[in-house]
Design a protein around this ligand. Structure first.
Ligand code: ZN
Length: 421
């Protein structure tokens, strides 16, 4: 019997040079802007990405008028394979400047703190960044300490483009049609507002925007907003005895009774949800209190909303002539509800991570992602690691080796979908 063992795939080391090209282009998004993309400069990176994808040989690669980049890696198999999409975002966070990014590479990291040369007060401390302990011997990309790096999510962009380049140059690796989608304005919650899913034509997708190497995220929070409008009783303060019911004081009473141990962001982690006030405004007569409600399950959300209403009613008892209105607005839902209907999405991703030589770890995101919105728009979309750490800050970093592992994971994932079709 002759056993034919396929030759191992010889990967390249080109992802970092792509990454360094992308991070020097300022793509900060702006929540105050009504346009799409919110900042025109994001299109500068979009044009570069479209032209690089064209140069690789993806003939349909283009930037559309809303600042989205679309491209297709054509199928090279006769099998019927589901069309999968890899997705990353081009913008960086409004929380930290992304102008004049000056990346540096700390080669062969030996452990300890990394002092950033452009502002020595900026120190990536090993004690505060435990993930650094896994990077001994690796090459770590940081900024000079005066800007963010933008590994969130330019690491993902570089990894997807590099994987596309690799697949085109290695036709021995069989795969179905693979779609690429690069979005603007993810950091301001508008990343999929103008995404045209019909045009994209994918069955399943993966965002490449996670943190530690090997991690796959298939869960997000489920999220509602709550607004409490309080009508008090107004009188002249000089003649208010026994008459006035102060709307501001009612609102303050509600805030004061919100849970402190548990059910608040400061005291929860993992799979625990919370009630969290995000805005308060008002005067004597009328006050408005806004909150967000977060949990991983629908019944958990309902429980927290019932708890909130209970608190409101208890406070209102002390103000019998005042009234309130509580409005709950759905925001987004845990994408696991959608992804669990297609277990192969996660199974294939776990196998791809293993083939890249890593131990897959499934985790939950204590927030929402473009993927959770895409999932409920009909495109199930978990999140795979990109290697980015300490994002939205001047201490942001990513390692060359983790980016290379992400490229390998994408390539293996494309092949696994074909193998198992
Ligand atoms: Zn991101």
């Amino acid at each position: 019997m002759v056993l034919i063992v396929p030759a191992p795939i010889a990967f390249e080391h080109t992802v970092t040079e792509r990454f360094l090209r992308y991070v020097v282009i300022d793509t900060q998004s702006d929540p105050a802007s009504p346009t799409c993309p919110s900042t025109d400069k994001q299109k500068e990176l979009g044009r570069l990405l479209a032209s690089e994808l064209q140069a690789i040989g993806l003939r349909d690669a283009h930037l559309d008028q809303h600042g989205y980049v679309y491209a297709t890696i054509p199928a090279n198999t006769t099998k019927q394979v589901p069309v999968i999409c890899f997705c990353s975002h081009m913008d960086t966070s409004p929380d930290c400047t992304g102008r004049d990014v000056k990346p540096q590479i700390v080669r062969n990291y030996r452990g300890g703190d990394i002092v950033l040369p452009g502002d020595p007060s900026q120190i990536i401390r090993a004690a505060e960044h435990p993930a650094l302990a896994d990077q001994i011997g690796n090459d770590i990309v940081t900024t000079d300490g005066t800007t963010l790096l933008g590994a969130d999510n330019k690491a993902g962009l570089a990894e997807i483009v590099d994987a596309a380049h690799f697949l085109i140059r290695h036709p021995r690796i069989k795969h179905g049609a693979i779609k690429i989608l690069f979005t603007p304005d993810e950091e301001i919650g508008r990343g999929v507002d103008k995404a045209d899913l019909n045009k994209l034509g994918a069955d399943f997708a993966y965002t490449i925007d996670g943190e530690s190497a090997g991690h796959i995220e298939d869960e997000t929070f489920s999220a509602d907003g709550a607004v409490i409008t309080i009508e008090g009783v107004s009188t002249h303060p000089g003649y208010a005895k026994g008459k006035m019911e102060h709307a501001i004081k009612i609102a303050a009473g509600i805030v004061d009774r919100l849970p402190k141990q548990g059910c608040s962001p400061e005291t929860t982690e993992g799979k625990q949800g919370f009630l969290h006030p995000i805005g308060i405004s008002g005067a004597l007569e009328k006050a408005t209190l806004s909150l967000i409600v977060r949990d991983f399950t629908d019944h958990g959300l309902k429980d927290k909303e019932a708890l909130l209403e209970g608190i409101v009613k208890a406070v209102m008892k002390e103000f019998p002539r005042s009234t309130y209105r509580l409005e709950i607005t759905p925001q987004y839902r845990n994408m696991k509800q959608v992804i669990d209907r297609h277990p192969e999405i996660i199974d294939h991703a776990m196998e791809a991570v293993r083939r890249a030589g890593l131990e897959p770890v499934k985790t939950a995101i204590r927030g929402g992602t473009d993927g959770s919105r895409l999932s409920f728009m009909g495109l199930p979309c978990p999140n795979i690691f990109a290697g980015e750490h300490a994002f939205h800050s001047r201490l942001e970093w990513v390692s060359v080796q983790d980016m290379e592992k992400a490229v390998q994971t994408i390539v293996h994932l494309a092949a696994i979908w074909e193998e198992r079709a």
